[in-house]
Design a protein around this ligand. Structure first.
Ligand SMILES: N[C@@H](CCC(=O)N[C@@H](CS)C(=O)NCC(=O)O)C(=O)O
Length: 176
């Protein structure tokens, strides 16, 4: 039975799942739902995901939602090629970047996207600028803090600390 994916246009978390399926070259049936018609809140969809959000993945009788949970499921069920690393060190670094993204970047991106697309940002112009700068710093961090073979120790020897700490810890908005 083919994998089915329920998703919505413009949803980055849904793109995660589509990208993973493409990366793993898994055949799947795509169900593009119309947010404007509230198709993701239909009784059929709420039966799959009571939160009424996408993406949702169905693989035979198994149903999964939450994009990262879906990726994790896919990686265990269809291991090649792996998404979450080939070694414990790679896995640790990948998970660290995911956790940093979720904790420090995503809330700011959501605020920025909300301001840009819906015109209802809670942030002032200065805060948006700071959030954008913060995002840029975080995006660069994985290469700057590449792990050595003995784990997540950075080349400078400090544990997961940024190379130029002063630029990361100067204000609450740049806490990543
Ligand atoms: N943490 C969830 C987020 C899911 C989510 O918020 N999806 C949005 C699209 S990006 C959605 O379905 N929004 C429709 C709604 O809330 O009505 C994940 O990673 O899957």
């Amino acid at each position: 039975m083919a994998i089915e994916v329920f998703w919505g246009s413009g949803s980055p978390v849904a793109w995660r799942v589509l990208l993973a399926l493409e990366y793993k070259r898994l055949p799947y049936v795509s169900h593009l739902l119309q947010f404007s018609k509230q198709e993701h809140k239909s009784p059929q969809m709420l039966a799959l995901n009571p939160r009424g959000r996408v993406p949702v993945l169905k693989d035979g009788d198994y149903v999964c939602f939450e994009s990262l949970a879906i990726l994790y499921y896919l990686d265990l069920k269809y291991p090649q090629p792996p998404i979450f690393g080939r070694t414990p060190e790679e896995a640790g670094t990948i998970m660290r970047v995911i956790c940093e993204y979720q904790a420090y970047i995503e809330p700011r991106l959501t605020a920025i996207a909300s301001g840009v697309f819906q015109g209802n940002a809670d942030l002032s112009g200065d805060e948006i600028t700071d959030a954008l700068r913060s995002r840029t710093r975080c995006t660069r961090s994985p290469t700057r803090r590449a792990p050595s073979r003995d784990g997540c120790r950075s080349p400078t020897g400090s544990w997961a600390m940024p190379a130029r700490r002063s630029t990361w810890s100067s204000s609450p908005a740049s806490s990543c």
